[in-house]
Design a protein around this ligand. Structure first.
Ligand code: ADP
Length: 399
């Protein structure tokens, strides 16, 4: 069975075509700057040279059309016919409280999805646009929505309820939702496979540390709590996002800058995090270089990030009911031994002891803690597309 996975952003489209029998990626690519004069389209198919094109793509419709054309190209196509695609899996950021698992998109679920737009006004509209474009261009091919929030729907009410008047939950669904669920779920499952243990028997904290960063406590195979909340702005310090702050700072900043709430949100979303602290860059590679040269603000930003992750881990231990395994994933989690070391240095009291050689040399997945450590530490590269493809197949096979 072949599954096409699509991730539509406001001006971008990423895709992967999987052959599910061997878990092979047959083709992958992306379109950037859709709707702008200098759109960039890149397509890679197994055994072929990369195709790169810089011509305007006026819409997501045009971008999906372009990718489908490449898939069945008479000379370089990887498919003979688009009918070979057995299903399309769409990443959808927000499923609200309605979607606790992935769903097949039909007119009924499409209607409910429409209502989730208000919960994620930046992300869900382009995700839904991707669904609509595929309904149009691939009629008859089943489509599945896979949500970033769904994995966290198992959180107990005491973990997801904000201590504000309860009517905001009842009337407006204001609660903690959590994000990166596709990644946390994939990484937790892979961890159990690597350790050859049942996922249900493990108490895990997964650390998805990328430009956006979040933690998840997984116990009994389920998400028990997570660091992000109603939006992906809360929780850990991130690349440009503040993470948790005193909420009173919102009105303080609005008054100080004499600006709107929207502008304060812009400050907290795009000018904060390690970028805000350092004044240098949201990219951890830049910060590590600067810190090594003695830049104090870069060092402070790295320390503040590490402390935020470490204290976030500490705060999730009650949710996990203890801790057997700590897992690092995503850009920083997979590629920065320095950051893993900084974070773990705050946690030695938990029985976390890194094997420095493994930490520095880990290029793929594996255990990076020492044998005598009571909490195992792993690096597990995330693969959200593979998770979406598996989910799509599983949901379609159930039908
Ligand atoms: P997202 O998918 O949220 O955009 P990623 O998971 O790709 O983010 O992670 C991006 C982040 O990972 C960037 O801040 C980048 O600096 C960081 N990163 C990538 N490689 C390294 C590295 N070798 N050392 C330190 N940080 C890295």
């Amino acid at each position: 069975m072949k599954i096409l996975v699509l991730n539509c952003g406001s001006s971008s489209l990423k895709y992967k075509l999987f052959e599910m029998t061997g878990n092979d990626v047959l083709a992958h690519g992306q379109a950037d700057r859709i709707g702008m004069p200098n759109a960039l389209f890149q397509h890679d198919a197994q055994g072929q040279e990369t195709f790169l094109n810089e011509t305007p793509l006026s819409s997501h419709h045009e971008a999906v059309h372009s990718l489908l054309t490449h898939l069945v190209d008479s000379k370089q196509g990887i498919l003979k016919d688009l009918n070979e695609i057995g299903g399309v899996g769409h990443r959808v950021v927000h499923g609200g409280e309605h979607f606790q698992t992935s769903v097949v998109v039909d007119p009924g679920t499409r209607n409910i999805l429409e209502n989730t737009k208000q919960l994620a006004p930046l992300h869900n509209p382009p995700n839904l646009m991707g669904i609509d474009v595929c309904t149009n261009l691939l009629p008859g091919v089943p489509q599945v929505a896979v949500f970033d929030t769904a994995f966290h729907q198992t959180m107990p009410a005491y973990a997801y309820t904000y201590a504000i008047p309860y009517r905001y939950y009842l009337e407006d669904h204001v609660r903690r939702y959590g994000f990166h669920g596709i990644s946390h779920r994939y990484v937790a499952h892979r961890t159990a496979e690597i350790l050859r243990q049942k996922l249900e028997d493990l108490k895990i904290i997964t650390c998805h540390l990328g430009a956006g960063s979040s933690l998840c406590a997984v116990a009994g195979g389920k998400s028990q709590d997570t660091s992000m909340g109603f939006t992906p702005l809360s929780g850990l310090v991130m690349g440009t996002r503040s993470g948790d702050i005193d909420p009173a700072l919102v009105s303080f900043l609005a008054e100080k800058e004499n600006c709107s709430l929207g502008q304060v949100m812009e400050i907290l979303n795009r000018q904060s995090g390690v970028f805000g602290i350092s004044g240098i860059s949201p990219d951890f590679r830049d910060l590590e270089k600067e810190a090594a040269l003695g830049n104090k603000r870069a060092l402070l930003a790295l320390d503040a990030y590490a402390y935020s992750v470490a204290s976030g881990i500490g705060s999730l231990i009650p949710a996990a009911g203890g801790l057997d395994v700590l897992v690092f994933t995503a850009g920083i989690g997979e590629h920065s031994p320095n950051m893993r070391r900084r974070i773990c240095a705050f946690l030695s009291w938990l029985g976390i002891i890194l094997d420095e050689e493994k930490n520095v040399n880990s290029t793929v997945e594996g255990i990076i803690s020492r044998k005598e450590a009571t909490v195992k530490v792993l690096v597990v590269p995330t693969d959200e597309e593979k998770m979406i493809a598996r989910e799509t197949r599983a949901i379609l096979q159930k039908q």
